[in-house]
Design a protein around this ligand. Structure first.
Ligand code: FMN
Length: 193
């Protein structure tokens, strides 16, 4: 098991995002297991809001094309998704929507998603830790043919959950998040064997 290609990002653009902190722990877990992980920030490069008229007029924005390229080049998705009003965030869904768009009739529908494996986590200051958002994330990804691992981790009271060095105060949770990354790498390796 080595070199599994994983794309990682949080569904938040906020500089001090708890989900950006959380994803870094899972990324470290995947890298320690030998995976080749690319961690990106959805703020940079930015995407416009999906607009069918803009797409018809100008095609896919360059940044959406770049992101599609990244999705195509990776086998796994490591995602930390905040919960907004009991569901997904706009920035996460906007990303999923742009990346789902074909650039030509020759391109297979959902080419960027088919055959991918994903592992999910979330962090929220609330008691449920973003669990309700993950239910939607899991459903959406399943519908676009991503295989989503049953394991997932939620971190509640996220504003109190992290040490200054970015690790989680709850040692068991720290291990569980690292394991999410390593399990994703191991699953991709098994599927590729
Ligand atoms: C528009 C909005 C709606 C929110 N709704 C929820 C919610 O339904 N459940 C929840 O646990 N937190 C909710 N929150 C709080 C977020 O969990 C919190 O802002 C969190 O820090 C966002 O993730 P981030 O730190 O990764 O940016 C909401 C925040 C915003 C801005």
């Amino acid at each position: 098991m080595a070199g599994e290609k994983i794309l990682a990002f949080a569904g938040s653009t906020r500089t001090e995002s708890f989900n950006k902190k959380l994803i870094k722990i899972a990324v470290a877990g995947a890298r320690n297991a030998g995976a080749d992980v690319r961690l990106i920030d959805l703020r940079d490069p930015p995407l416009p809001l999906y607009d069918g008229d803009l797409e018809e007029r100008e095609g896919l924005p360059d940044n959406a094309k770049k992101l599609k390229g990244l999705f195509l080049a990776h086998d796994g998705l490591l995602l930390s998704c905040p919960e907004y009003n009991s569901g997904i965030t706009g920035v996460w869904k906007n990303t999923i929507d742009w990346v789902s768009r074909s650039e030509s009739d020759d391109e297979e529908d959902l080419a960027c998603y088919i055959g991918k494996v994903a592992a999910l986590m979330s962090a929220s200051p609330g008691f449920l830790g973003g669990l309700r958002g993950l239910v939607q994330v899991r459903s959406i990804l399943g519908n676009i043919k991503v295989l989503v691992l049953p394991d997932q981790v939620t971190v509640s009271k996220a504003h109190e959950a992290f040490n200054l060095d970015g690790s989680l105060k709850d040692a068991k949770k720290q291990v569980a998040v690292e394991k999410l990354g390593s399990t994703l790498a191991a699953t991709i390796a098994k599927l590729r064997a």
